[in-house]
Design a protein around this ligand. Sequence first.
Ligand SMILES: Cc1cc2nc3c(=O)[nH]c(=O)nc-3n(C[C@H](O)[C@H](O)[C@H](O)COP(=O)(O)OP(=O)(O)OC[C@H]3O[C@@H](n4cnc5c(N)ncnc54)[C@H](O)[C@@H]3O)c2cc1C
Length: 378
Amino acid sequence: MHSHIYDVIVIGAGGMGSATAYHLAKSGARVLVLEQFNRGHTFGSSHGETRIIRFFYDKPFYTELMKTAYTEWRSLESESDKQLLFITGSINLGTKGNKYMKAVSESLNEAGVNYAWWDKKELTKRFPQFFVPDHYDILWQKDTGFLYASECVLTHLELSERHGAIVREKTQVNRIEWQTDVPTIRTEKEQYLGRKVVVTAGAWTSSLLSKLDLPLTVTKQQVCYFKPTNTEMFRPNNYPVFTENTADDEFIYGIPYFGKNGARVARHGLGKTFLPDMCEREPDADYDKHINAFVKERIPSLGKVTHSEVCLYTETPDEDFIIDTHPDCPNVLIAAGFSGHGFKFCSLVGRIMCELALNDRTDFDISPFCIKRKVCLE
Ligand SMILES: Cc1cc2nc3c(=O)[nH]c(=O)nc-3n(C[C@H](O)[C@H](O)[C@H](O)COP(=O)(O)OP(=O)(O)OC[C@H]3O[C@@H](n4cnc5c(N)ncnc54)[C@H](O)[C@@H]3O)c2cc1C
């Protein structure tokens, strides 16, 4: 059977695949996107209404890359004529002198991004919703906000189609073969040829590239929503994104009231390990209790959890992404292991994957994300 040859085939239409398809199609490439479920499905990592976007990171290379990621989101907004990015500012909370916040301030300094240390009095004046202990460090950063996540994915896909991409839903890729210069993609019924293949398969990356033995762990994550009595007090104009490094070494974050779900509070990391198709989809009641206890102390006027959702993280050992060429085939590119903090980078990762696919290179520093970095070989 002779198949039509695409310039690039993108496997997976989540956050990363949709952005990659958009950049490729906009550059004039003939693009095919294959997605095993329907667009906007809720089984992977990119569904839900909100994802935090921020400069603050304890690793400076992320802060630096975020400068372009913000610009790319803004240009997606202007091309689509939709608001996708909502700026609220953020507060990081943590015990005085904690290492994470010190590293965050160093990254921001290095990248020339402004921030301020607040005292408790300033916090209470600006955001009376929060009750923090006297000995806390409080770091304010004005550029933080959130992305309207599910809409970002749909918008990237819509625009990629407008630029000529073909998006096939309910089409699961079973195998990638590269005996010739042009890799073949096999699904149950069809085969497709692409000069380049970009694998953006999220939690399913390890099963699709099983021979590679990538160090990826898929974990169940839960997010809790609150519908406080005073809704206005928690809307994006009146309430910031927050994170807290708790005394028990947890990382808890919150996002303002947006859309139909309410204000979000969740714990980053710490999830049970699963194969993606076997993951429990039921929220865990103990987790809700834990978040309720935190909220009661820190933000009591939020009230209690009204409902929770489950989502997947695909984690690398060092929580840094994998963005690289397949070690056995230069025509297969991989973007995976976004470790629960990748969404804000979709707009940039899409551009990087496009550059790698069409030009075999990118000027962005992706060296921290190479497959063979030390941690992945251990
Ligand atoms: C609860 C939660 C909160 C988060 N909060 C934030 C945040 O605040 N800020 C932030 O920046 N990031 C956040 N993240 C992380 C971010 O959402 C993810 O890093 C990002 O969405 C990963 O996108 P992806 O495209 O790699 O994966 P996905 O969106 O899961 O996409 C992979 C796609 O590939 C498809 N696929 C897989 N295998 C195949 C196959 N064989 N054939 C065809 N299709 C296939 C899947 O169906 C899926 O649609 C959060 C994640 C979760 C779960």
